[in-house]
Design a protein around this ligand. Structure first.
Ligand code: NAD
Ligand code: MG
Length: 384
């Protein structure tokens, strides 16, 4: 389980811990929260615990001494953990750091439950091709994509006319537009419906999360930008809908609890009992829908550009977004400047030999990611 100590990772730990005798846990990975990584490795009886930070190695080794659980540290050790022959792996690392471990797991034929949307945004065609070549399965864990996946069971893709992913609108959905520039880190870090990690919560307020999910939809399901819509749905109960050529819309409805999507991927192709709330729709009464305000959320137009451009545009978009988000969290740039940084980076890297002309390889993707972070940093300096 990659990224076991994060928000998604902890939901997965919860599901596995409830039914421990059914699983043989091979490896857990995490970051600086060594106490949690160690205690979960013990609780889930894992064989191996890995932190991505080499300077945390000694602390992890001490925490697990005498348990018989092997310990490792660093990016290479995380990727190595993905070479173990296992039936199922969860990729719940945040950011493009999830790409190499995900690619490695697929190469070894592992069924990959993919929460790490950045790897699809950054290198969707590579990831999908790697899965195909290895005969490995990718199961979406992002709630919207799990919902689309479930709505498509038994259906023919040729009959699909549109895919609608819903968005809560995030923390600022009711703010006057002219106040968005003043939004603080604390204000952007609280979500109206979902309890998630800080980075994705801020991305929800800016709709960069939904922008990433548009690209994720294109890459995972192979549908063009023109067939994918975003719908603001404040209640976050319908996660996605698929529209068919006979006019039917299949909607996936469920509580905003990541344990549903994780559990679906864990038990797929079966359904098993999950400890999530059962919705009382009579009590809920009504569900609301609105078109997204593209002026309020420039990230959506940037995602359309990325989907239409293809090639390395996704890698550049994701890396610039991650860098801009670091800058917003550090207080270097304002909330609205995040989209300006991403737009400026895409613009800069679209010129010259462009984004489309280069072959997509893991090396070209990683190089585009590296350059985009440098350009985004330069743009941020000018803005700050
Ligand atoms: P998080 O920040 O809570 O946890 C991230 C995990 O990744 C932690 O275990 C951390 O130690 C690890 N990590 C961080 N940097 C790393 C690196 N460089 N190398 C290896 N490991 C590293 O994040 P999260 O909210 O759980 O999100 C995880 C992924 O799932 C993201 O891609 C996110 O977009 C996606 N996702 C999250 C939710 C949610 O409810 N939180 C919903 C849908 C999709
Ligand atoms: Mg989502």
């Amino acid at each position: 389980m990659f990224g076991a100590t994060g928000s998604v990772g902890q939901s997965a730990v919860d599901l596995i811990a409830r039914d421990l005798d059914s699983y043989d846990v091979v490896a857990l990975t995490g970051g600086r929260n060594i106490a949690k990584l160690a205690s979960d490795a013990i609780a889930l009886r894992a064989n191996l615990a890995v932190t991505c930070y080499p300077d945390c190695y000694d602390e992890l080794k001490d925490a697990l001494s005498g348990t018989g659980i092997a310990v490792a540290a660093g990016d290479t050790a995380i990727a190595e953990a993905a070479t173990h022959h296992v039936d199922w792996a969860l990729s719940a690392i945040i950011g493009s750091a999830g790409l190499v471990p995900g690619m490695t797991a697929l190469e070894h034929g592992t069924t990959l439950a993919l929460a790490n949307k950045e790897s699809l945004v950054t290198a969707g065609p590579l990831l999908m091709a790697r899965a195909k070549a290895a005969g490995a399965t990718i199961l979406p864990v992002d709630s919207e994509h799990s919902a689309v996946f479930q709505a498509l069971v038994g259906e023919d893709m040729a009959a699909v006319e549109r895919v609608i992913i819903t968005a809560s609108g995030g923390a600022f959905r009711d703010w006057p537009k002219d106040q968005l520039a003043t939004a603080t880190l604390a204000q952007a870090s609280s979500h109206p419906n979902w309890d998630m990690g800080q980075r994705i919560t801020i991305d929800s307020a800016s709709m960069f999360n939904k922008a990433m999910e548009l690209i994720e939809t294109k890459e995972f399901f192979g549908v063009p930008s023109s067939m994918i819509e975003v719908l603001v749905h404040r209640e976050s109960l319908i996660h996605a809908m698929v529209g068919f050529n006979d006019g039917a819309l299949m909607a996936h409805v469920g509580p905003p609890d990541m344990r549903h999507a994780i559990g679906y991927a864990l038990h797929w192709p079966d359904r098993k009992h999950l400890p999530v709330e059962r919705l009382d729709l009579a009590k809920i009464g009504s569900l609301t829908f609105e078109a997204p305000d593209e002026d309020r959320y420039p990230a959506l137009a940037l995602a359309r550009f990325v989907m239409e451009t293809g090639g390395l545009a996704g890698a550049v978009f994701n890396a610039a977004k991650e860098r801009a988000l670091d800058g917003f969290i550090a207080g270097d740039i304002g909330f609205l400047q995040m989209s300006a940084v991403v737009a400026g980076t895409l613009d800069k890297m679209s010129s010259g030999d462009g984004l489309q002309l280069r072959d997509m390889t893991l090396d070209s993707v990683l190089e585009a990611d590296r350059l985009a972070r440098i350009y985004a940093g330069e743009i941020m300096k000018k803005l700050g």
